[in-house]
Design a protein around this ligand. Structure first.
Ligand SMILES: Nc1nc2c(c(=O)[nH]1)N[C@H]1C(S)=C(S)[C@@H](COP(=O)(O)OP(=O)(O)OC[C@H]3O[C@@H](n4cnc5c(=O)[nH]c(N)nc54)[C@H](O)[C@@H]3O)O[C@H]1N2
Ligand SMILES: Nc1nc2c(c(=O)[nH]1)N[C@H]1C(S)=C(S)[C@@H](COP(=O)(O)OP(=O)(O)OC[C@H]3O[C@@H](n4cnc5c(=O)[nH]c(N)nc54)[C@H](O)[C@@H]3O)O[C@H]1N2
Ligand SMILES: [Mo]
Length: 758
């Protein structure tokens, strides 16, 4: 059997150019339905290497996004890129090259776009990189301080959802546990089983609370429509009420935590005169105080799990909600038992809380980056706009580098970044921008040199995900379109033009690398106690399932069993509820214990008619990927991304389902199609991410005519600690669009001149 794989699932080849979901995947993702057609869509695929006309003529970047291209031969493209990298190195040094290149690229182990890019740039003297992710930067920076674990290590030991399904009686879920987001797992997924665990839990008559502005964030249970951005207030009040009722688990707190007295003193209002009671929180989080008190009793009385999704910390002061939820779980004192305690990210991807062995499969060696400079990943526009400026990050004062050349491969900043109009201005500043992608994304349309990569459907590879027990040999499904080449081949050509070919390839072609990775994987398997077939056999059968892969886990288990012998790597060896290191930084945006800080924008300070924007992950695609495929297109209204609004909120504004609406604030405006959703707070609007950014000037105003929420979001770090993005913190207004509907431009390639001339 032949297979292929993606971040949203693994597939069998049907033998006639198509794919079908695995027969043993209980809930295949809808994203896969749009995949092959999106890859075949000639109007959105990059067919040949091109260079921007204005850039060739020496313009300074001002016309990026608004210029034509000329086609190049591959050999010319290689020379041009090599020459640019060498010029910038010589004139400005390697710390003027940005190779952070954040993004999800595709799932294969060998053709991993960022690994290939970094392998080349590292050989060429290095590059400025980036730290953390857009997914959960606040957690990545906070967790090492307060639990002594990286987010990755914590995820690896996350209490198994199976145990929650079996043992938990009271699931307090903040932001829900959604099968929409559980369609995805970075590096590939063979089974979608989050929904099954939830159904088993609900069938046991466990009480399940979906604390979220959207009722659809959890399938089943009771919906508590919290005011977005105010969950931290709810969590502080729950903690306060548990403590005031004399129900805090003092043994647990003494044995496993430090700093409870200081935090308690804040909760009681000794530092600021405000007791963080249910009565105080009700007005903030919009959940009645009686209900908060009842919840506080249930958390203690029942076997309870407090689960926070990733989205909650993608917000202003995102650290607080996480730390407060962890603190509450400590005060309740059920961490370390099966199915109870604290969890982060159930449902945010398919693998969080999955009860399978974690095995570290080999990957492409990236080499060593001689340049140590980096930025927190979402500070990209700040970096480009303010070279040399000082900023704070995780206890340091740092300065932004002066970037002259950007190389982006496998990511789409004009999808993922906030305040895209600001990024658009910042993006004009570097001397040269090189983008390598398979599709004409908004980022590719804003590059000076664009190199066409193959998509994973057009090459062989391996799916080996450390959190998934099924391994696949990925067979090509389609021929590469136009003159597209795989990333490895492109970098090999550039490396050759720089005299680095042998060092880059290590003497192997792509097939040789894939075979080598497999041989290394066989070693890993041997050490793990089982054997993998030889390469020829694996390529033939296409799939291997790790034997006895089931492994249920309880977070913090070793520490709980032996807090002195297996202390956490925090300042006290315990979970810190007050943290001296953080307190000593004296950051108003992230003090030394979990606290309430009103977000920069929220419904608490909104003007009449303003709505809170929820720009979560799209159901029909992965971010911007497959947006030109049929599954995503069929979901649009009049070709515009669909925004959901409560029918009452729509009626008050004279809006009907199917209308095209304009959503705007001081940062920007976009069009969207209107869909009704009664399970959404009436003061919120939900516009998923991922519609390809299509900014146009309409009657003198900048308008994204397609429906990308990132023209509306705020480009600011969530604190001076983590500097994570705050995508979920934004207010907007909405009105009916009554003027002529501007046609999209992202449905066709930019203007390309087929003349070969450099
Ligand atoms: N408003 C708002 N914004 C958000 C979020 C939010 O919640 N709200 N979420 C954020 C989060 S969590 C994330 S992770 C980011 C995601 O942001 P990104 O990861 O940047 O989004 P993708 O669309 O997945 O971009 C991957 C790109 O890689 C390309 N690609 C795929 N395969 C290959 C390959 O083999 N080679 C090459 N060269 N290219 C390839 C794809 O065509 C695509 O353009 O968005 C963030 N942005
Ligand atoms: N289908 C699909 N699945 C995906 C992805 C995709 O692109 N498509 N992307 C993947 C990636 S990269 C990531 S990082 C994960 C992200 O996974 P999540 O972060 O869990 O997903 P989001 O959709 O950003 O947010 C989930 C829900 O949080 C709720 N929410 C927003 N703000 C608040 C708040 O203030 N309080 C409360 N209580 N709830 C709030 C919203 O109602 C939203 O529906 O998803 C992954 N899964
Ligand atoms: Mo993400």
């Amino acid at each position: 059997m032949a297979f292929t794989a993606s971040h949203w699932g693994a597939y069998e080849l049907d033998g006639s150019g198509g794919i079908r979901p695995l027969p043993d995947d209980p809930a295949p993702s809808r994203i896969g339905r749009g995949w092959v057609s999106a890859a075949r869509d000639a109007s959105s695929r990059i067919m040949a290497p091109v260079a921007r006309k204005g850039w060739l003529a020496g313009d300074a970047g001002g016309k990026r996004g608004d210029d034509g291209y000329v086609e190049l031969d591959w050999s010319e493209a290689f020379k041009l890129v090599a020459r640019e990298i060498e010029r910038v190195r010589k004139e400005h040094g390697n710390d003027a090259i940005f190779g952070g290149s954040y993004g999800w690229a595709s799932a294969g182990r060998f053709h991993h776009a960022q690994s290939q890019l970094r392998r080349l740039l590292n050989l060429a003297g290095g590059h400025v990189g980036s730290r953390e992710t857009y997914s959960h930067a606040a957690a990545e920076v906070l967790f090492p301080h307060v639990i002594g674990l990286t987010n990755r290590a914590f995820q690896d030991q996350m209490t198994s959802l199976d145990l929650v399904a079996e043992h938990c009686d009271y699931l307090l879920s903040l932001g829900g546990i959604s099968e929409r987001t559980a369609q995805i797992a970075s590096s590939g997924v063979a089974r979608h089983d989050v929904g099954g665990a939830l159904r088993r839990l609900i069938a046991r008559d466990a009480e399940v609370l979906n604390v979220s502005p959207r009722g659809t964030d959890l399938n089943g249970g009771t919906w508590l429509p919290v005011r977005p951005g105010a969950d931290a207030a709810l969590l502080l009040a729950l903690t306060y009420e548990v403590a005031m009722a004399g129900a805090a688990n003092e043994d647990f707190l003494a044995r496993y935590t430090s700093g409870w007295p200081e935090w308690r003193s804040y909760l009681e209002g000794r530092s600021d005169g405000i007791a963080k009671s249910a009565d105080w929180a009700a007005g903030l989080c919009d959940i009645p105080s009686d209900q908060i008190r009842e919840m506080s009793r249930n958390l203690v009385r029942k076997r309870s799990m407090i689960a926070v999704n990733w989205g909650l910390q993608r917000a202003d002061h995102g650290e607080q909600v996480l730390w407060a939820a962890l603190g509450l779980a400590c005060v309740v004192g059920q961490i370390g038992r099966p199915g109870t305690g604290f969890a982060f990210g159930y449902g945010s991807t398919a693998h969080v809380g999955r009860a399978t062995r974690v095995i570290d499969w080999p990957s492409v060696p990236q080499g060593r980056n001689p340049i140590s400079d980096f930025i927190p990943v979402s500070r990209i526009a700040d970096m480009l706009l303010c070279p040399g400026a000082a900023y704070r990050y995780n206890g340091e004062v740092r300065r932004y580098p002066d970037i002259r050349l950007i190389y982006w491969c496998g990511g789409n900043p004009f999808h993922h970044h906030q305040d895209l109009n600001r990024l658009n201005a910042a993006w004009k500043r570097p001397e040269t921008i090189i983008v390598q992608d398979h599709s004409w994304t908004a980022t590719a349309r804003r590059a000076d040199i664009v190199l066409p990569a193959t998509s994973p459907l057009e090459r062989a590879d391996l799916m080996m995900n450390r959190r998934d027990p099924s391994l696949f040999y990925m067979s090509p499904v389609l021929d590469a379109p136009g003159r597209a080449r795989d990333d490895f081949d492109i970098f090999r050509g550039i490396a050759a033009a720089m005299g680095l070919e042998e060092a880059f390839t290590g003497g192997r072609d792509a097939g040789g690398w894939i075979r080598t990775l497999w041989e290394n994987a066989r070693e890993v398997a041997r050490a793990a106690g089982f054997s993998l077939p030889d390469f020829a056999r694996f390529a033939e059968v296409g799939r291997f399932d790790v034997p006895d892969a089931k492994e249920v886990r309880i977070a913090f288990e070793a520490f709980m069993e032996n807090p002195e012998g297996a202390p956490l790597a925090t300042e006290t060896g315990k979970i810190t509820l007050h943290n001296e290191t953080l307190a000593s930084l004296e950051l108003a945006s992230c003090p030394g214990h979990p606290c309430w800080i009103e977000p920069i924008e929220s419904l608490l300070s909104a003007k009449p008619n303003e709505l809170h924007l929820i720009s979560g992950q799209p159901d029909t695609r992965l971010h911007g990927q497959n947006d030109r495929g049929p599954e995503a297109l069929a979901d649009k209204i009049n070709g515009r991304e669909a925004a959901c609004l409560n029918p009452h909120a729509a009626a008050r504004r004279g809006l009907a389902e199917g209308d095209v609406i304009r959503i705007w604030n001081s940062r920007g405006a976009c069009l969207a199609g209107l869909r009704f959703d009664p399970l959404l707070r009436p003061d919120c609007i939900a516009l998923p991410t991922g519609a390809w950014f299509d900014p146009q000037i309409i009657d003198g105003e900048a308008l994204d005519v397609h429906g990308n929420p990132n023209v509306l979001t705020i480009d600011q770090g969530c604190s001076e600690l983590s500097q994570g993005n705050i995508a979920h913190t934004a207010l907007v207004r909405v009105e009916k669009w009554t003027r002529a509907l501007p046609p999209l431009t992202v449905d066709r390639p930019p203007d390309i001149q087929r003349k070969v001339e450099v």
